[in-house]
Ligand binder design. Structure first.
Ligand code: SAM
Length: 258
C-alpha cells in the first residue's frame, strides 16, 4: 500500500482531515509511531487502527504535537500586552478572545494573566480555548505545569500566579483558571463561532499545506469582527494578507479591515 492510499483510509477511519496537513509531516509521525509499536507495515498499521482501540488512541495522541509554554515568544506577547489588548479594551465594552489549538492552556492563560495585570474586570472579556486533543484539554483545565512551561514567566508574575505543588510542578491561580473556557474542536472540520475581537492560532499553521492554511485563514477572517486581530506563531506568515481582507500590523499580528 502506498502512503497516500493509507492516509485516505486513515482519514476515514479516524474522521480526520489529514489532507490538510503536510504529507511529509504525517508520514514522519506515522512511521515513528509504527517503530515505537513494532508495527511492520502500513497494512498492519491500518488493521491495528481498526481493531485495537488503545492503538487508535496512541495514534491520535502521537499525531498531535502539544509543545507549548507560557508567554511563548515574549516579544509578541509584549506587543499583545502594550498595543493590541489596550486598543481592544478601549474600543469594545466586552472583548471576545479565542485561542484556537490551545494545547495545555498556557497560551490562553498567559493572555488572562496579562488582562488581569491590566486591572480589567472579568465581566469585560471572554476567553475560549479549543483543541482537538481531549487529553491535553483535561491537562489544561487542571492548570498544573512543569517548571519548563514557566521559564518565560517574569519572577513577580510567577510568585503572584503560581503555587509550587512539589516535584518542580506549579498550580495556576484559581482566579485565572476561571477566566478560560475550554472546548473540544477540530479546526479543520467544525463550524466556527463568530464575533471575535482576537483570534490566537499559534504554531498550528506550520503543520498545514498551503491550501489548508489558506482555507483556515479565510475562515478565521470571517469569524473576526471588523478591526479584530489574528495573532499567529512567530514563524507563521500570511504572504498576501490583503487577499483575505487582512492587514499586517506587526510581526505575526494581522488586522481585519473595517
Ligand atoms: C504545537 S501546539 C500549539 C500550542 C499553542 N498554540 C502554542 O503555540 O504554544 C499545536 C496544537 O494543535 C492541536 N491540533 C492539531 N490538529 C488540530 C485540529 N485539526 N484542530 C484543533 N487543534 C489541532 C494539537 O492538539 C496541539 O495541541
Amino acid at each position: 500500500m502506498i502512503f497516500s492510499e493509507f492516509k485516505d483510509l486513515v482519514s476515514k477511519e479516524l474522521d480526520l482531515r489529514l489532507d490538510a496537513y503536510k504529507l511529509n509531516r504525517v508520514e514522519r509521525r506515522v512511521f515513528s509511531l509504527m517503530r515505537r509499536h513494532q508495527v511492520e507495515d502500513l497494512e498492519d498499521c491500518l488493521q491495528r487502527l481498526q481493531e485495537d482501540p488503545s492503538f487508535k488512541e496512541s495514534f491520535l495522541q502521537h499525531f498531535t504535537i502539544n509543545t507549548s509554554e507560557f508567554f511563548r515568544n515574549p516579544t509578541s506577547f509584549r506587543f499583545l500586552d502594550k498595543v493590541v489588548l489596550p486598543r481592544l479594551f478601549q474600543e469594545n465594552q466586552v472583548v471576545k478572545i479565542w485561542s484556537a489549538a490551545c494545547s495545555n492552556g498556557s497560551e490562553p492563560y498567559s493572555v488572562a494573566i496579562l488582562i488581569n495585570e491590566m486591572g480589567i474586570k472579568p465581566d469585560r472579556y471572554e476567553i475560549l480555548a479549543t483543541d482537538i486533543d481531549l487529553y491535553i484539554l483535561e491537562a489544561a483545565k487542571k492548570g498544573e505545569y512543569s517548571y519548563q512551561s514557566l521559564l518565560r514567566v517574569d519572577t513577580e508574575l510567577e510568585k503572584k500566579y503560581f503555587r509550587p505543588v512539589g516535584n518542580e510542578r506549579f498550580m495556576l491561580d484559581e482566579k485565572i483558571k476561571k477566566q478560560v473556557r475550554f472546548e473540544h474542536q477540530d479546526l479543520l472540520k467544525e463550524k466556527f463561532q463568530t464575533g471575535w475581537n482576537l483570534i490566537i492560532c499559534r504554531n498550528f499553521f506550520i503543520y498545514l499545506t498551503k491550501d489548508g492554511k489558506d482555507r483556515l485563514t479565510q475562515r478565521f477572517t470571517r469569524s473576526l469582527k471588523p478591526g479584530g486581530i489574528l495573532f499567529l506563531g512567530n514563524t507563521e506568515f500570511i504572504f498576501e494578507p490583503e487577499v483575505f481582507g487582512l492587514k499586517k500590523i506587526n510581526g505575526s499580528f494581522y488586522e481585519k479591515s473595517s
